[in-house]
Write a protein that binds this ligand. Structure first.
Ligand code: GTP
Ligand code: MG
Length: 192
């Protein structure tokens, strides 16, 4: 798969407002600041497509990006950002669950920071998603922050931990937006 065109299509504050076009949807989700927007820019080769910020909580809307005029990449708001009010957090949680309840998702990329141990919020999310039969791949982000041996160790421990609950070996990709690592592996999954 080659990305020839990537354009911003629409921001929606509710699932109801999402595009009515019946194009396959490839969705990126994860904790705030994990690198979702950076990853979308990396794979589309466009530094300015999705807004990036050192400050967590930048993406508060459902953002649709149209790729090759045939499918959507979707940047969802990050979950688990503790510095916003409980009310705002609830709003984002509802936005995300409403999205999963009402959209037909072709494939979900769940992003986790490769440096971190399994976080409850990711663990619960992964459990729910696998129960609901949504096809997902885990992307370990910011691999440039660790040496290869430490990367492998972190990934092994992460998968071991979640395997106690999920009865299958989830697919995973190691990525770095900084080094453009994992791009080819991600692009391979955009087929329909
Ligand atoms: P929200 O929109 O707040 O949910 O964040 P996000 O998940 O979209 O993260 P974003 O892409 O905005 O990146 C957050 C911070 O991490 C920024 O300072 C990025 O420059 C940095 N970052 C993202 N990807 C990488 C990476 O692969 N390596 C390194 N070293 N930094 C990264
Ligand atoms: Mg973002």
């Amino acid at each position: 798969m080659q990305i020839k065109t990537a354009t911003f299509y629409k921001s929606s504050s509710k699932t109801k407002e999402c595009p009515t076009l019946d194009f396959p949807e490839f969705v990126f989700i994860g904790r705030s600041n994990v690198g979702k927007s950076s990853l979308i820019n990396m794979i589309t080769n466009n530094k300015k497509l999705a807004k990036i910020s050192g400050k967590p909580g930048k993406t508060l809307l459902i953002n649709h990006y149209l790729i090759n005029k045939e499918f959507f990449l979707i940047d969802l708001p990050g979950y688990g950002y503790s510095k916003i009010s409980k009310k705002e957090q609830k709003k984002i949680d509802f936005l995300i669950s409403d999205f999963f309840d009402n959209r037909k998702i072709r494939l979900l990329f769940i992003l986790v920071d490769i440096r971190h141990e399994v976080q409850n919020i990711d663990y619960n999310f992964i459990k729910n998603i696998s129960k609901n039969g949504i096809n997902f791949i885990i992307i370990f982000t910011k691999a440039d922050k660790l040496k290869t041996s430490a990367q492998n160790e972190k990934v092994k421990n992460y998968l071991n931990f979640i395997n106690s609950e999920i009865k299958f070996e989830p697919k995973f990709i190691i990525s770095s937006s900084k080094l453009k690592l994992g791009k080819k592996e991600i692009l391979k999954h955009f087929f329909f």
